[in-house]
Design a protein around this ligand. Structure first.
Ligand code: GUN
Ligand code: ZN
Length: 435
């Protein structure tokens, strides 16, 4: 058993439905076998558990580990592409890099960088867009298991319109996906996600095969892209006889509580209604939407319809692993929408980056906040003395103002320690995260 002492900020009550940021200063959580079994003022917890080891995190802020609901593992060496809309960016920038994943040795190097990058940014759970090659997806699950991250991922499948070396067939997709799931789904903290790239690159036969796989793996998730870019949406409508984008998935039984769709920048009201009724989640990826010029995410319309929304970094169109930066960009985006924007507070941003992600991934009984009964997946933010963030925190008016400054000024350099199931992660042997 371990007592963690510090200032804890989390969002067990949804700020989008009236909940407030929870702030406990000089508090403590007691962690037993990875689970929080008591929480309260430090003095009370200490009195009840005088003999337990205390990890003193005072002087920093303890937040739940972030939950990234959309991030591409094979694209980390392709962050930074500028000046291209989605389809050109895929052809010229992202997919040539993804083709290199055919080499399992190359993929293993990328996988190592990827999991370290996630952990160093305070991300403890992620829904990861895998690679088009089963051997590369193996390397990802292997690397995630070594670090201990909570990863859900799978083989990315496509059978048309992409470069030929990235294409598969429905039969091959079925066989390889099941083989990967049998090795990794439910093993350690890993889970499987059925992952057609987007319906633009998938025939109806392949999407039907995806549904078969989904039904054959109990507890698997489903993820893909949706309504990201005007040219993409027009091409999908053309290929599917004028259907809207959501129905290209829905007609194959791929839109339900297990589904997480990235982007959805340009939905119709009919599509939002279907998404809301199905319980599917939209992964809002704000830096990516800005980089590719995809558009301004209509968060208010999603909320009005009752569609679940969480946050994704969408590396490599997105600009890095930090959900602090995504939160800030989400805020910018709603500001830029003016009257059509949904005003966001720091509590909303923390909710989107933690609790909402855990709900999307079906993990809300385990992670997402730091309540009793949850697993201790957490991060310690402690900016360097004299840094703009440290100065900002010193001069903040209240805890919500502290959190606003964290989202505005914070970076992975401020993440000093990360725990999953109460275990301190060692993301890099040369420079372990220090408490
Ligand atoms: N749509 C299909 N593939 C991708 C991708 O890799 N990134 C983004 N942003 N959108 C996509
Ligand atoms: Zn994506």
């Amino acid at each position: 058993m371990t007592v963690f002492r510090g200032t804890f900020l989390d969002t067990p009550q949804n700020p989008f439905t009236g909940g407030a940021l929870r702030v406990d200063t000089d508090a403590a959580v007691l962690v037993e076998d990875g689970v929080i079994t008591a929480r309260g003022p430090y003095a009370d917890i200490r009195r009840a558990h005088p003999a337990e080891q205390v990890v003193d995190l005072t002087g920093g802020l303890v937040l739940p580990g972030f939950v990234d609901t959309h991030v591409h593992f094979p694209q980390i060496r392709a962050v930074g592409g500028m000046g291209m809309p989605l389809l050109e960016w895929l052809d010229k920038y992202a997919l040539p890099e993804e083709a290199k994943m055919a080499d399992a040795g190359y993929a293993a190097g990328v996988a190592g960088e990827f999991v370290q990058g996630l952990a160093a940014a305070g991300t403890t759970s992620a829904l990861v867009f895998g690679a088009h090659f089963a051997s590369a997806v193996d390397t990802l699950f292997t690397a995630a298991s070594q670090v201990g991250l909570r990863i859900t991922s799978g083989l990315v499948v496509s059978d048309r319109l992409l470069r030929p070396d990235l294409l598969t067939t429905p039969a091959q997709a079925h066989t390889e996906s099941l083989a990967l799931a049998s090795r990794w789904h439910g093993v350690g903290r890993n889970r499987y996600a059925v992952t057609p790239r987007f319906s633009l690159s998938c025939t109806d036969d392949l999407l039907a095969a995806c549904h078969t796989v989904l039904e054959e793996i109990p507890g698997a998730l489903f993820t893909s892209h949706l309504n990201e870019n005007d040219a993409e949406i027009a091409a999908v409508a053309e290929l599917f006889g004028g259907s809207d984008y959501v129905s290209t998935y829905e007609r194959h039984g791929l839109v339900d509580r297990r589904s997480i769709f990235a982007h959805n920048v340009h939905p119709t009201d009919v599509e939002l209604k279907v998404l809301a009724e199905s319980g599917a989640t939209v992964a809002h990826c704000p830096t990516s939407n800005a980089v590719l010029g995809s558009g301004l995410f209509p968060l208010g319309r999603h909320l009005d319809h009752g569609v679940r929304v969480a946050l994704g970094s969408d590396v490599g169109a997105g600009t890095g692993f930090s959900l602090l930066k995504e939160g800030l960009q989400a805020y910018f985006c709603q500001q830029l929408l003016g009257d059509r924007g949904h005003p966001l507070t720091a509590a909303h941003l923390l909710h989107l980056a933690t609790t909402a992600g855990a709900e999307a991934l079906g993990l809300s009984a385990e992670v997402g906040d730091l309540s009793v009964g949850k697993r201790f997946d957490a991060q310690l933010l402690r900016p360097a003395e004299g840094s703009p963030l440290a100065v900002g925190i010193t001069h903040a008016a209240d805890a919500e103002d502290v959190l606003a400054r964290v989202f505005t000024l914070g970076t992975p350099a401020d993440v000093r320690a990360v725990w999953i199931d109460g275990q301190l992660l060692q993301v890099d042997d040369d420079s372990p995260l220090e408490v």
